[in-house]
Write a protein that binds this ligand. Structure first.
Ligand code: X90
Length: 276
């Protein structure tokens, strides 16, 4: 029995050696270059290129064929995508599911629309791994993960929303706030899976305090936290120590954004997935 977790690359995960997790890359494009968000991508040099670049840029989700390839020959596929409200990933994964199941009637695919991205997807993937390890049946896993997702959340802090605004993923009004020097936009993934601005903070210190406040408002009481940063380890460490000051035994881990989230969160951005 082969079980596989498949996540698009906005989850900031990489394909594992045993292929128990497979990452399906999105692409980032400019007029001069195309960056494939896989393990070969040099995220640092992409971010540096983009900081210099003044032309159009955008992203593209994987197609049905790429999802099918990622499913491989698994008996059970548990897939997870970035929010369907900002990307076509979920739609193409669902078409792949239909095709895969009709070609192999004995195999099963479940696709989760995370209504989020980055570290919240990581937290859901970890829960999937635990459910699989417990030896649960396919339907039990699907049911349990739907329950679990009700109490996972994503908050973020961004210094620039230029790429989000240029690609129509956030309103120009919100993007302009972040354009003011030193202002950080603090927000969350809304229940509909869109960017919801919650606060604007002058300076990083205030932004980090606001992140903690927003986490608590969403019911954070010391559960698991994953912080993915875009070249801002210092802020991630500050946030971690602030959380640990109040919740000494909390499992708080720090990771880095891969290509897609680095493109949209931009340098300095923090994405925080957690259990509420
Ligand atoms: O299909 C595509 O081309 C991908 C488009 C993705 C657009 C949004 C990416 C957001 C990345 C930014 C901050 C967190 C936002 C959370 C909203 C649910 C990260």
């Amino acid at each position: 029995m082969k079980v596989r977790i498949v996540a698009d690359s906005s989850a900031d995960l990489q394909t594992t050696e045993d292929k128990s997790i497979v990452s399906v890359p999105l692409k980032i494009m400019t007029d001069n270059a195309e960056y494939i968000d896989d393990e070969m991508l040099d995220v640092k040099s992409m971010t540096e290129d983009l900081a210099e670049y003044r032309g159009r840029s955008g992203s593209a989700c994987p197609g049905v064929g790429e999802w099918m390839d990622a499913f491989g020959d698994a008996d059970w596929v548990l897939g997870i995508t970035i929010t369907s409200n900002l990307s076509g990933c979920y739609n193409s994964a669902m078409v792949a599911k239909e095709t895969y199941e009709s070609e192999h009637p004995e195999r099963k695919v479940y696709i989760i629309d995370s209504l989020s991205t980055g570290p919240e997807m990581k937290i859901i993937v970890e829960k999937l791994q635990a459910l699989i390890a417990e030896g649960k049946a396919f339907e039990e896993i699907c049911e349990a993960i739907e329950q679990y997702r009700k109490r996972t959340f994503l908050v973020f802090c961004l210094k620039s929303l230029t790429n989000l605004a240029n690609n129509g993923r956030v309103s120009l009004a919100v993007a302009k706030i972040a354009g003011i020097l030193g202002i950080h936009v603090v927000g969350r993934a809304s229940e509909e899976g869109t960017l919801e601005q919650k606060d604007k903070a002058r300076g990083e210190k205030k932004a980090i305090l606001s992140l903690v406040k927003n986490m608590k408002e969403l019911g954070y009481r010391g559960g698991k936290v994953i912080i993915d940063h875009c070249f801002n380890e210092e802020a991630a460490l500050q946030l971690k120590s602030l959380i640990r000051k109040e919740y000494q035994s909390a499992d708080v881990r720090i990771g880095t954004t891969k290509g897609l989230c680095s493109f949209y969160a931009e340098r300095g951005g923090l994405l925080v997935g957690f259990e509420g």
